[in-house]
Design a protein. Sequence first.
Length: 43
Amino acid sequence: MFGTIELPIWFVVIAVVFAAIAALERALTPSVRWFSRRWMEPV
């Protein structure tokens, strides 16, 4: 139950890339929404 789990390095890299994309999306979505709303108001 407490044995070592081995993961391929490519799996770890893909997981880190997806986690970074998710974090950036979570952080940038409110500012992009605010910017687009400000840009669309005059239109």
